[in-house]
Design a protein around this ligand. Structure first.
Ligand code: A2P
Length: 326
C-alpha cells in the first residue's frame, strides 16, 4: 500500500514543475548507511532526495529508490530526485556521459527530476569513481560554465532530465547564465542557515524566480572542521537564543532552523542517516515562528561557511565573493 502523501508543500519552479520544499540531503552520509536512511525516509513520507555523483553514495540512493518503488511504498512519479554534475565533467563533451553515470545508479529510473551543476568551477580529476577533492591541490581547468550549462540544456531536450539548475553560483554568474542561455536555472542550491543567512543572494534568486535550495540548513554541526579556529565557539544547535525558541515551541533547535528556512520560502535538505532525526527533521509543518523571531534569527548571521571551495592561483569562477563579475 502506498502511504498518504505527507503535507509537504511544493515550490513552483519557473519551468512549470514543482519541487517538494523539504527533502533528504546525502552529503557525507556514510556508504553502508545511506541506503537504509533513504528507505526509512521514504517510508516516513520524504518525497525528495538530494544526491550528487561526488558524494560517492549515489548507487545506494538509487538502490533505495528502486527498492521503495518495487516494494510499493511509492511510485516513481511521487518521488523527486535531484543530483549534480561534478566539476570534472564541465567539458561539454563530458556532460551527457556524466548524466548517464548518475542515471545508471538508479535501476528503476530513466530520468532525473532536477540536475544541477555542482559548482561553477571546472576541475581536473580521475573520473573512474568519485574521489573527494583534495582541497589543497585542486587541478583547475578552464571550461566556461556557460558552455557546460548549454550542454545540460540538451539533457532536458533528450528527456533525461526534467529540470536543470545550478549550485554554489553567485548572482553575477546566475545573471550571466540568464543573459546567455535558453533555459533559466530552476534553482540555485547554496549554503543557508542561521549563521549564513545569505540574504543578498537569496533575494536576488527570489526576485528572478529562481528557487533557493538550502544545503547544510543546520550549519552541519558535526563537520570536524567546523569553527576549528575557535574552540569555544558553539555550533548552531547550542545557540542560546535558538534553544530558547525551541523550548517555547517544544521543538528542537534543528527544527527551528529548518522552520526558519521554510518560512523564508527555501527548499531544505537537512542530512541525517539517523532514523529518529529523519523523523524529527520532517516535523516542521505544525508550528510557525513569529515575524519577530524570524528577524532575531536573521540577525544571527555571521557569514559562517561550512563549505569552502579552493581559491588557489589560477582558479577561475570562484563563486564566494561579492564583487565577482566574470
Ligand atoms: P547524523 O547523520 O548523525 O544525524 P546539515 O544538513 O546542516 O549539513 O547537517 C548535517 C549534520 O547534522 C549531520 O552530521 C547529522 O548527523 C546532523 N544532524 C542532522 N539532523 C540533526 C538533528 N535533528 N539534530 C542533531 N543533529 C542532526
Amino acid at each position: 500500500m502506498i502511504p498518504e502523501f505527507p503535507v509537504v508543500p511544493g515550490r513552483d519552479l519557473n519551468d512549470g514543475t514543482v519541487m517538494p520544499q523539504f527533502g533528504l540531503g546525502t552529503w557525507l552520509s556514510p556508504k553502508g548507511d545511506v541506503e537504509a536512511a533513504v528507505l526509512t525516509a521514504i517510508q516516513l513520507g520524504y518525497r525528495h532526495v538530494d544526491a550528487a555523483w561526488v558524494y560517492g553514495n549515489e548507487g545506494e540512493v538509487g538502490n533505495a529508490v528502486a527498492k521503495s518503488i518495487k516494494d510499493g511504498f511509492v511510485k516513481r512519479e511521487q518521488l523527486y530526485l535531484t543530483t549534480k554534475l561534478w566539476n570534472i565533467f564541465h567539458d561539454p563533451k563530458d556532460v551527457d556521459r556524466a548524466c548517464d553515470m548518475s542515471l545508471n545508479e538508479s535501476p528503476l529510473t530513466d530520468y532525473i527530476d532536477c540536475y544541477l551543476m555542482h559548482c561553477p568551477m571546472h576541475f581536473v580529476g580521475p573520473d573512474d569513481g568519485p574521489a573527494l577533492l583534495d582541497e589543497s591541490k585542486p587541478a583547475c581547468a578552464d571550461a566556461d560554465y556557460l558552455d557546460t550549462y548549454k550542454a545540460m540544456e540538451k539533457l532536458v531536450q533528450a528527456g533525461k532530465v526534467k529540470s536543470i539548475g545550478v549550485s554554489n553560483f553567485n548572482q553575477f554568474q546566475l545573471q550571466r547564465i540568464m543573459n546567455n542561455c535558453t533555459i533559466k536555472p530552476v534553482v540555485n542550491q547554496i549554503e543557508v542557515h542561521p549563521y549564513l543567512t545569505n540574504d543578498a543572494l537569496v533575494n536576488f534568486c527570489q526576485e528572478n524566480d529562481i528557487q533557493v535550495m538550502a544545503y547544510s540548513p543546520l550549519g552541519n554541526p558535526s563537520k570536524p572542521v567546523t569553527r576549528v579556529w575557535d574552540e569555544n565557539a558553539k555550533t548552531i544547535l547550542q545557540d542560546e537564543k535558538l534553544l530558547a525558541m525551541a523550548k517555547k515551541y517544544n521543538k528542537t533547535v534543528a527544527q527551528i532552523c529548518i522552520r526558519f528556512g521554510i518560512q523564508r520560502g527555501l527548499i531544505l535538505i537537512p542530512k541525517t542517516t539517523n532514523p529518529a532525526r529523519l523523523q524529527e527533521n520532517a516535523e516542521v509543518f505544525d508550528f510557525a515562528l513569529e515575524s519577530g523571531e524570524m528577524d532575531t534569527i536573521s540577525a544571527m548571521n555571521q557569514n559562517f561557511r561550512v563549505v569552502e571551495l579552493p581559491q588557489n592561483a589560477g582558479v577561475r569562477y570562484y563563486p564566494f565573493v561579492d564583487n565577482y563579475s566574470e
